[in-house]
Design a protein around this ligand. Structure first.
Ligand SMILES: *[C@@H]1O[C@H](CO)[C@@H](O)[C@H](O)[C@H]1NC(C)=O
Ligand SMILES: *[C@@H]1O[C@H](CO)[C@@H](O)[C@H](O)[C@H]1NC(C)=O
Ligand SMILES: *[C@@H]1O[C@H](CO)[C@@H](O)[C@H](O)[C@H]1NC(C)=O
Ligand SMILES: *[C@@H]1O[C@H](CO)[C@@H](O)[C@H](O)[C@H]1NC(C)=O
Ligand SMILES: *[C@@H]1O[C@H](CO)[C@@H](O)[C@H](O)[C@H]1NC(C)=O
Ligand SMILES: *[C@@H]1O[C@H](CO)[C@@H](O)[C@H](O)[C@H]1NC(C)=O
Ligand SMILES: *[C@@H]1O[C@H](CO)[C@@H](O)[C@H](O)[C@H]1NC(C)=O
Ligand SMILES: *[C@@H]1O[C@H](CO)[C@@H](O)[C@H](O)[C@H]1NC(C)=O
Ligand SMILES: *[C@@H]1O[C@H](CO)[C@@H](O)[C@H](O)[C@H]1NC(C)=O
Length: 302
C-alpha cells in the first residue's frame, strides 16, 4: 500500500511538474507587459542563449512602458551590444523574492562582467531595497526600478517585472558629473588633477574594484584652493590617492565601525559609525553607494 502510494505520488510529480514548469523565455512570451522585451530577446541569438541557459537567477524584466520610456529619453542607443549588456545586468545571481528585500540595502551581483561596461570582480551589482515605494532595485546613478508584478516563478529562478530599465553604472568620472558633485569638479580643477600630465588620475579611475571617497563641500574646496598655493605636485598626488581604496568594493553595508581601509597612497582610512552616521577619519559620509563601472563612490564633507 505504502509503496503504491509513493509510486503514484512520483508519477503524479513526473506528469504535473514538467507540464506546469514554465521557463524564463516562456514567461517573456506569455505576459502582455513583456511583448517588447520578448521581441528584442527573440531577435537576438545571444540574448536568447543568455536567458535560456540561466539558472539560480532573479531576472528584472523591463515592462513595455519601461522600454518605451527608455527609448524616448535615449533615442538610437539601444544597439544589440547595449541590449545584451542590459540583459546581463538585469540577470542577477541568486534568488531574491520580494520578501528577501528589506530596508537594509543588499548589493547583489549580476551577470554583467564584460569589461567594456564593468570592472567589478564577480559581476556588476544592483542595490535591492524595500522602501515605502515598495520593492526597489537601484542601478547606475541611483536609478530606481520598482516591481509592478513580482515573484513570478519559473524554471531555475524568479522574475520581477519592473517599471524602469536598469541603468548600467558609468565610470566614476562620468558619475561625478551625472550626480552633480560640483564642488568636487572644482577641486579636480583647482588641484590640477584634470591636467593630462597627471596620468595617475586616469589610472586610478580605471583600475578594477575601487572604493572612492569624494569630498564635495564648499569647505573642502576652500581647503584645497588654499593648499595648492604651497603644495608640491607629489603632495597633491598623495592627497588624491588617499581618497581611493583599491582592491575593495566597499558598499556601505560592508563598512563597519573601526575598519581600516588601505588607500592607494599607502596610509589607512578609519571607518567610524556613530549615532547613525558614518565617518571616514573625520569626514562625514553625506551620500553613499553610487555604483560605478569599477566600484563604488561615497561622498564625504571634507
Ligand atoms: C521568434 O523569432 C522566430 C524567427 O527567428 C520566429 O519564427 C518566432 O515566431 C519568434 N517567436 C516569437 C514568440 O516572437
Ligand atoms: C554574440 O555572441 C558571439 C559569439 O559568442 C560573439 O562573438 C558576439 O560578440 C556576441 N555579441 C554580443 C553583442 O554580445
Ligand atoms: C562586450 O561588449 C562589447 C561592447 O558592447 C561587445 O562588442 C562584446 O561582444 C562583448 N563581449 C562579450 C564576450 O559579450
Ligand atoms: C545561487 O546563487 C547564490 C548567489 O550567487 C549562491 O549563493 C547560491 O549558493 C546559489 N545556489 C545554488 C543552489 O547554486
Ligand atoms: C575596464 O578596465 C580596462 C583596463 O583594465 C579599461 O580599458 C576599460 O575601459 C575599463 N572599463 C570600464 C567600463 O571602465
Ligand atoms: C543622475 O541623478 C540625478 C539625481 O536624481 C539627476 O539629477 C541627474 O539628472 C541624473 N543624471 C543622469 C545623467 O541621468
Ligand atoms: C600655505 O602657506 C601660507 C603661507 O605660508 C599659510 O598661511 C597657509 O596656512 C598654508 N596653507 C596650508 C593649507 O598649509
Ligand atoms: C592598515 O590597515 C590594515 C588592515 O586593513 C592593517 O593590517 C594595517 O596594520 C594598518 N596599518 C596601519 C599603519 O595602521
Ligand atoms: C583641510 O586640509 C587638512 C589637511 O589635509 C585636513 O586635515 C582638514 O580636514 C581639511 N579640512 C576640510 C574642511 O576639508
Amino acid at each position: 500500500m505504502k509503496l503504491s502510494l509513493n509510486k503514484s505520488f512520483v508519477s503524479l510529480l513526473a506528469c504535473v511538474i514538467p507540464s506546469h514548469a514554465i521557463t524564463l523565455l516562456q514567461v517573456l512570451q506569455s505576459y502582455s507587459e513583456l511583448t517588447t522585451l520578448s521581441s528584442y530577446v527573440n531577435a537576438s541569438s545571444n540574448a536568447t542563449a543568455l536567458l535560456a541557459n540561466a539558472n539560480n537567477f532573479t531576472f528584472l524584466a523591463s515592462s513595455n512602458a519601461a522600454i518605451a520610456s527608455f527609448l524616448s529619453k535615449n533615442p538610437n542607443v539601444l544597439t544589440a551590444d547595449l541590449l545584451q549588456a542590459t540583459l546581463e545586468y538585469s540577470l542577477l545571481r541568486g534568488g531574491y523574492p520580494t520578501l528577501s528585500f528589506s530596508d537594509t540595502p543588499q548589493f547583489v551581483a549580476s551577470n554583467l562582467v564584460n569589461s567594456s561596461y564593468a570592472n567589478v570582480t564577480g559581476g556588476q551589482t544592483v542595490e535591492l531595497l524595500q522602501s515605502s515605494g515598495g520593492a526597489e532595485t537601484l542601478s547606475g546613478n541611483k536609478t530606481i526600478s520598482t516591481s509592478s508584478s513580482a515573484d513570478i516563478v519559473c524554471t531555475g529562478g524568479i522574475i520581477h517585472i519592473i517599471d524602469t530599465v536598469p541603468s548600467i553604472p558609468v565610470s566614476a568620472v562620468s558619475e561625478i558629473t551625472a550626480a552633480n558633485l560640483e564642488y568636487f569638479v572644482s577641486i579636480l580643477n583647482v588641484g590640477g588633477y584634470l591636467n593630462p600630465a597627471n596620468a595617475y588620475v586616469n589610472q586610478i579611475l580605471e583600475v578594477p574594484d575601487v572604493t572612492y571617497f569624494i569630498p564635495n563641500s564648499a569647505a573642502a574646496l576652500a581647503n584645497v584652493t588654499e593648499q595648492v598655493k604651497n603644495t608640491s605636485a607629489a603632495e597633491l598626488q598623495s592627497t588624491f590617492e588617499y581618497h581611493v581604496v583599491p582592491g575593495f568594493v566597499g558598499y556601505s553595508t560592508l563598512l563597519t565601525n573601526g575598519m581600516q581601509l588601505k588607500t592607494a597612497e599607502g596610509g589607512n582610512l578609519t571607518v567610524t559609525v556613530q549615532g547613525g552616521e558614518m565617518y571616514i577619519n573625520a569626514a562625514k559620509v553625506v551620500a553613499s553607494d553610487y555604483i560605478v563601472a569599477n566600484g563604488v563612490v561615497h561622498v564625504i564633507d571634507k
